[in-house]
Design a protein around this ligand. Sequence first.
Ligand SMILES: Cc1ncc(COP(=O)(O)O)c(C=O)c1O
Length: 381
Amino acid sequence: MTGKALDGYREVLDRLESESRRRSVRGDASEEMTDMSSNDYLGLGARGSEFDAELSALCPDAGFTSSASRLLAGRQSHYRMLESYLEEQYGRPALLFNSGYHANVGCASALAIPGTLFVADKAIHASVLDGFAVGKADFRRFTHNDMDALRRILDRHAAGYERVIVVVESIYSMDGDEAPLQELAAIKREYPGLLLYLDEAHGVGVRGSRGLGLAEELGVADDFDLIVGTFGKALASAGAFVIASPLLIDFLVNTARSFIFSTALPPVCAARSLLMMRKAAGMEEERRHLARLADMLRDGLHRMGLSTGNSTSQIVPLIVGDAARTLRISAKLREAGFDALAIRRPTVAAGTERIRFSLNSSLSESNISTLLAVLKTILES
Ligand SMILES: Cc1ncc(COP(=O)(O)O)c(C=O)c1O
């Protein structure tokens, strides 16, 4: 029995291997490598211990463990400080979660009460889909960024539900394109009972005059009933937050299982997130520089006849369309000193395998020129 019990798992790994889809936890990137794979969009993470003294001064008593879930933890001050800052910035209450994954699983599953239909973009993050599964939610998906397809689903199905929750990301993590947030805000006004749920994981820190995200930049943040932001990407910390009305925050505190049944973030993470949010608010020049670098990379790739899909952000995919070739290009880039990862199925659809260039504001224009020259050589060889 024991001998055979594991065979099924081995077969899955063998199949993944044969399809060039087997993953492994990578090793450390060497110090000399140029980072084009992390989500450290403002380069704050790469600044190492530079902020340690400021962090100790801001929250000298922030410890490494809360020793209990948020509902039970005896010390709440660091979480409250961060939530108050977020509330000041967004103008609505905030609730911390342990990660963006926890936030999406918790919110999507909790909100799935009877009478609720979710309508999510086809490219929505796995954490939202997992939330639907946990909450046994009724959900439908529309073609990526296609507002006509969304309207068709709403016209056909919305009337059968008490509420419909449309879920989108502001900047899509694998395509680097943007959801039409202003059009979504207009659609909300057309359909009574419609709620909007926005995942700003890749927008927070990077967009908006205070780094609050794409919805801030476009002046539509208040139209989104739920905004999820994460601290582990541009904000170089860990954890996540949800912005919503007092009623919805209260509802989540009472029903979001990933909030209730998990030990709260280390207080020191909340303190670090607060410090990073304050820093990011003033990093307008870094945001502009990052946008210029992304334009430069896209222009260069297009001049070589390559596709970057509909990217308009700091995430620039080079669509290759074949898993094995994508892996080879990524390996050659690494040999040349560029850390840029191959993205394959199931993260992206078969035939759209890609190198995901994830830029950060500490890169220079000369890094981008060198990358383009190296890529040209790799693709011609
Ligand atoms: C769009 C999106 N939402 C949520 C998450 C999850 O966030 P976290 O890494 O904080 O769990 C990610 C990160 O992978 C993401 O890309």
